[in-house]
Design a protein around this ligand. Structure first.
Ligand code: GLN
Length: 252
Protein backbone atom coordinates (compact mmCIF):
# COMPACT_ATOMS: atom_id res chain seq x y z
CA UNK A 1 0.00 0.00 0.00
CA UNK A 2 2.77 2.33 1.01
CA UNK A 3 4.48 1.64 -2.28
CA UNK A 4 1.32 2.31 -4.24
CA UNK A 5 0.94 5.66 -2.47
CA UNK A 6 4.53 6.54 -3.28
CA UNK A 7 4.07 5.74 -6.96
CA UNK A 8 0.82 7.68 -6.98
CA UNK A 9 2.54 10.68 -5.39
CA UNK A 10 5.33 10.52 -7.96
CA UNK A 11 2.86 10.31 -10.82
CA UNK A 12 0.88 13.25 -9.44
CA UNK A 13 4.02 15.32 -8.94
CA UNK A 14 5.18 14.81 -12.51
CA UNK A 15 1.69 15.49 -13.82
CA UNK A 16 1.62 18.77 -11.90
CA UNK A 17 5.04 19.68 -13.22
CA UNK A 18 3.93 18.93 -16.76
CA UNK A 19 0.86 21.05 -16.13
CA UNK A 20 2.98 23.98 -15.00
CA UNK A 21 5.35 23.65 -17.93
CA UNK A 22 2.36 23.28 -20.26
CA UNK A 23 0.87 26.55 -19.05
CA UNK A 24 3.95 28.70 -18.97
CA UNK A 25 6.10 27.03 -21.60
CA UNK A 26 7.95 29.08 -24.21
CA UNK A 27 5.53 28.01 -26.95
CA UNK A 28 2.41 29.27 -25.22
CA UNK A 29 1.82 32.92 -26.12
CA UNK A 30 -1.88 32.97 -25.40
CA UNK A 31 -2.60 33.63 -29.09
CA UNK A 32 -4.75 31.46 -31.34
CA UNK A 33 -1.83 30.86 -33.72
CA UNK A 34 1.43 30.39 -31.77
CA UNK A 35 3.32 32.30 -34.46
CA UNK A 36 1.16 35.41 -34.69
CA UNK A 37 -0.72 37.99 -32.72
CA UNK A 38 -3.92 39.14 -34.43
CA UNK A 39 -4.95 42.65 -33.50
CA UNK A 40 -8.42 43.93 -34.31
CA UNK A 41 -8.90 47.62 -34.98
CA UNK A 42 -10.88 50.21 -36.93
CA UNK A 43 -8.41 52.04 -39.16
CA UNK A 44 -10.26 55.33 -39.43
CA UNK A 45 -9.11 56.74 -36.11
CA UNK A 46 -6.00 58.85 -36.73
CA UNK A 47 -3.38 59.07 -35.30
CA UNK A 48 -4.02 55.77 -33.48
CA UNK A 49 -4.90 53.81 -36.62
CA UNK A 50 -5.45 54.87 -40.20
CA UNK A 51 -4.69 53.65 -43.69
CA UNK A 52 -1.62 54.62 -45.67
CA UNK A 53 -2.40 52.96 -49.00
CA UNK A 54 -3.67 49.60 -47.83
CA UNK A 55 -1.39 49.49 -44.79
CA UNK A 56 -2.71 50.20 -41.30
CA UNK A 57 -0.35 52.62 -39.54
CA UNK A 58 -0.52 54.69 -36.36
CA UNK A 59 0.19 54.56 -32.64
CA UNK A 60 -1.65 51.28 -31.99
CA UNK A 61 -0.21 49.51 -35.03
CA UNK A 62 3.33 50.42 -33.97
CA UNK A 63 2.86 49.71 -30.28
CA UNK A 64 1.41 46.30 -31.09
CA UNK A 65 4.18 45.57 -33.62
CA UNK A 66 6.74 46.35 -30.90
CA UNK A 67 4.91 44.16 -28.37
CA UNK A 68 4.62 41.33 -30.92
CA UNK A 69 8.37 41.60 -31.50
CA UNK A 70 8.99 41.29 -27.75
CA UNK A 71 6.72 38.22 -27.76
CA UNK A 72 8.59 36.73 -30.72
CA UNK A 73 5.51 36.56 -32.93
CA UNK A 74 4.34 38.28 -36.09
CA UNK A 75 1.66 40.98 -35.92
CA UNK A 76 -1.40 40.67 -38.13
CA UNK A 77 -3.89 43.54 -38.26
CA UNK A 78 -7.55 42.91 -38.90
CA UNK A 79 -9.44 46.10 -39.87
CA UNK A 80 -13.19 46.10 -39.19
CA UNK A 81 -16.05 48.29 -38.00
CA UNK A 82 -15.49 49.49 -34.46
CA UNK A 83 -18.65 47.95 -33.05
CA UNK A 84 -17.74 44.51 -34.49
CA UNK A 85 -14.55 44.33 -32.40
CA UNK A 86 -16.00 42.88 -29.14
CA UNK A 87 -17.75 40.04 -31.03
CA UNK A 88 -14.62 39.30 -33.08
CA UNK A 89 -12.68 39.03 -29.82
CA UNK A 90 -15.30 36.83 -28.15
CA UNK A 91 -15.40 34.36 -31.05
CA UNK A 92 -11.63 34.12 -31.40
CA UNK A 93 -11.36 35.85 -34.79
CA UNK A 94 -8.83 38.26 -33.22
CA UNK A 95 -6.52 37.88 -30.20
CA UNK A 96 -6.81 41.44 -28.95
CA UNK A 97 -8.36 44.84 -29.59
CA UNK A 98 -6.00 47.79 -30.02
CA UNK A 99 -8.16 50.66 -31.18
CA UNK A 100 -7.76 53.66 -28.90
CA UNK A 101 -10.02 51.45 -26.82
CA UNK A 102 -11.21 52.94 -23.54
CA UNK A 103 -11.44 50.90 -20.33
CA UNK A 104 -15.13 50.90 -19.43
CA UNK A 105 -17.03 48.90 -16.75
CA UNK A 106 -19.48 47.28 -19.19
CA UNK A 107 -16.58 46.22 -21.43
CA UNK A 108 -14.75 44.79 -18.41
CA UNK A 109 -17.61 42.33 -17.98
CA UNK A 110 -16.70 40.57 -21.23
CA UNK A 111 -13.00 41.35 -21.74
CA UNK A 112 -9.83 41.93 -19.77
CA UNK A 113 -7.76 45.08 -20.21
CA UNK A 114 -3.99 45.53 -20.22
CA UNK A 115 -2.19 48.26 -18.32
CA UNK A 116 -3.20 51.61 -19.73
CA UNK A 117 -0.99 53.27 -22.35
CA UNK A 118 -2.67 56.58 -23.11
CA UNK A 119 -5.03 59.11 -21.53
CA UNK A 120 -7.63 60.73 -23.75
CA UNK A 121 -10.91 62.62 -23.48
CA UNK A 122 -13.89 63.33 -25.70
CA UNK A 123 -13.94 66.49 -27.81
CA UNK A 124 -16.92 68.19 -29.45
CA UNK A 125 -16.51 69.15 -33.11
CA UNK A 126 -18.89 71.77 -34.53
CA UNK A 127 -18.87 73.87 -37.67
CA UNK A 128 -16.91 77.11 -37.50
CA UNK A 129 -20.03 79.30 -37.33
CA UNK A 130 -21.82 77.23 -34.64
CA UNK A 131 -23.08 78.97 -31.47
CA UNK A 132 -22.34 75.87 -29.35
CA UNK A 133 -19.78 76.64 -26.63
CA UNK A 134 -20.26 73.89 -24.02
CA UNK A 135 -21.75 70.39 -23.83
CA UNK A 136 -24.91 71.93 -22.27
CA UNK A 137 -25.51 73.85 -25.51
CA UNK A 138 -25.97 70.51 -27.30
CA UNK A 139 -29.23 69.71 -25.46
CA UNK A 140 -31.46 70.50 -28.47
CA UNK A 141 -28.97 69.47 -31.14
CA UNK A 142 -28.31 66.42 -33.30
CA UNK A 143 -25.01 64.71 -32.50
CA UNK A 144 -23.01 62.43 -34.81
CA UNK A 145 -20.96 59.69 -33.21
CA UNK A 146 -19.09 56.53 -34.07
CA UNK A 147 -21.40 53.66 -33.09
CA UNK A 148 -20.41 51.75 -29.95
CA UNK A 149 -17.90 54.29 -28.67
CA UNK A 150 -17.53 56.23 -25.45
CA UNK A 151 -18.30 59.33 -27.54
CA UNK A 152 -21.66 57.74 -28.27
CA UNK A 153 -22.28 57.21 -24.52
CA UNK A 154 -21.42 60.88 -23.87
CA UNK A 155 -23.89 61.98 -26.56
CA UNK A 156 -26.65 59.73 -25.18
CA UNK A 157 -26.16 61.32 -21.76
CA UNK A 158 -26.81 64.77 -23.28
CA UNK A 159 -29.67 64.31 -25.76
CA UNK A 160 -32.54 61.88 -26.47
CA UNK A 161 -31.58 58.76 -28.41
CA UNK A 162 -33.27 59.94 -31.61
CA UNK A 163 -30.91 62.93 -31.69
CA UNK A 164 -27.81 60.70 -31.75
CA UNK A 165 -26.79 59.57 -35.23
CA UNK A 166 -24.40 56.61 -35.32
CA UNK A 167 -21.79 56.14 -38.06
CA UNK A 168 -19.44 53.27 -38.89
CA UNK A 169 -16.41 55.45 -38.23
CA UNK A 170 -15.49 58.95 -37.10
CA UNK A 171 -14.68 60.21 -40.57
CA UNK A 172 -18.23 59.53 -41.75
CA UNK A 173 -19.59 61.37 -38.69
CA UNK A 174 -17.42 64.41 -39.49
CA UNK A 175 -18.53 64.27 -43.13
CA UNK A 176 -22.14 64.40 -41.91
CA UNK A 177 -21.21 67.48 -39.89
CA UNK A 178 -19.66 69.29 -42.86
CA UNK A 179 -22.73 68.34 -44.95
CA UNK A 180 -25.04 69.82 -42.32
CA UNK A 181 -26.68 66.48 -41.44
CA UNK A 182 -25.68 66.76 -37.76
CA UNK A 183 -24.91 69.79 -35.56
CA UNK A 184 -21.93 68.32 -33.72
CA UNK A 185 -19.69 65.27 -33.45
CA UNK A 186 -18.36 63.86 -30.18
CA UNK A 187 -15.16 61.88 -30.59
CA UNK A 188 -11.80 61.28 -28.87
CA UNK A 189 -9.52 64.33 -28.76
CA UNK A 190 -6.69 63.11 -31.01
CA UNK A 191 -8.87 61.95 -33.92
CA UNK A 192 -10.89 65.17 -33.44
CA UNK A 193 -7.69 67.16 -33.93
CA UNK A 194 -6.75 65.09 -37.00
CA UNK A 195 -10.18 65.62 -38.58
CA UNK A 196 -10.01 69.33 -37.71
CA UNK A 197 -6.59 69.67 -39.37
CA UNK A 198 -8.06 68.34 -42.59
CA UNK A 199 -10.77 71.00 -42.59
CA UNK A 200 -9.67 73.92 -40.34
CA UNK A 201 -11.71 76.50 -42.28
CA UNK A 202 -14.98 74.69 -41.66
CA UNK A 203 -14.60 73.16 -38.19
CA UNK A 204 -14.14 74.21 -34.56
CA UNK A 205 -13.11 72.10 -31.55
CA UNK A 206 -14.56 72.36 -28.04
CA UNK A 207 -12.42 70.62 -25.46
CA UNK A 208 -12.49 70.09 -21.71
CA UNK A 209 -16.17 69.05 -21.45
CA UNK A 210 -15.77 65.38 -20.50
CA UNK A 211 -13.78 63.19 -18.09
CA UNK A 212 -10.45 61.60 -18.92
CA UNK A 213 -10.45 58.08 -20.39
CA UNK A 214 -7.72 55.44 -20.30
CA UNK A 215 -6.80 53.51 -23.44
CA UNK A 216 -5.72 49.89 -23.04
CA UNK A 217 -5.48 46.70 -25.06
CA UNK A 218 -8.34 44.24 -24.57
CA UNK A 219 -8.01 40.46 -24.59
CA UNK A 220 -10.66 37.77 -24.26
CA UNK A 221 -11.80 37.42 -20.65
CA UNK A 222 -9.49 35.19 -18.61
CA UNK A 223 -6.75 34.96 -21.26
CA UNK A 224 -4.19 35.59 -18.52
CA UNK A 225 -1.27 34.34 -20.63
CA UNK A 226 -1.77 36.83 -23.43
CA UNK A 227 -2.60 39.61 -20.97
CA UNK A 228 0.72 39.02 -19.18
CA UNK A 229 2.64 38.90 -22.47
CA UNK A 230 1.08 42.19 -23.58
CA UNK A 231 1.72 43.87 -20.21
CA UNK A 232 5.33 42.62 -20.17
CA UNK A 233 5.84 43.89 -23.73
CA UNK A 234 4.26 47.22 -22.91
CA UNK A 235 6.48 47.63 -19.83
CA UNK A 236 9.53 46.78 -21.91
CA UNK A 237 8.80 49.30 -24.67
CA UNK A 238 8.00 52.00 -22.11
CA UNK A 239 11.33 51.28 -20.42
CA UNK A 240 13.49 51.17 -23.58
CA UNK A 241 12.14 54.36 -25.16
CA UNK A 242 10.23 52.71 -28.03
CA UNK A 243 6.87 53.81 -26.63
CA UNK A 244 7.98 57.46 -26.34
CA UNK A 245 9.34 57.39 -29.91
CA UNK A 246 6.03 56.09 -31.25
CA UNK A 247 4.00 58.72 -29.38
CA UNK A 248 6.37 61.51 -30.51
CA UNK A 249 6.12 60.32 -34.12
CA UNK A 250 2.31 60.44 -34.25
CA UNK A 251 1.20 62.97 -31.64
CA UNK A 252 2.57 66.50 -31.97
N1 GLN B 1 -12.04 55.57 -27.16
C1 GLN B 1 -13.31 55.34 -27.76
C2 GLN B 1 -13.88 54.03 -27.27
O1 GLN B 1 -13.17 53.20 -26.79
C3 GLN B 1 -13.25 55.34 -29.28
C4 GLN B 1 -12.34 54.33 -29.90
C5 GLN B 1 -12.44 54.25 -31.40
O2 GLN B 1 -13.31 54.81 -32.00
N2 GLN B 1 -11.53 53.57 -32.04
O3 GLN B 1 -15.06 53.83 -27.35
Amino acid sequence: MKKVMKILAAVMASAMLAGVVGCAGAGDKGTKDPKKLVMGTNAAFPPFEYLEGDKVVGVDAEIMAAIAKEMGVELEISDMEFDSLPTALANGQIDCIAAGFTIKPDREETMDFSDTYYTASQTIIVSKDSTVKTSADLADKTIGVQTGTTGSSCALALVPEENVKGFGNGMLAVEALTNGQVDAVIIDNNPAKAYYNENPDKLKLIEGQFDDEAYAIAVKKDNATLLKNINDGLAKIKENGTYDEIIAKYIK
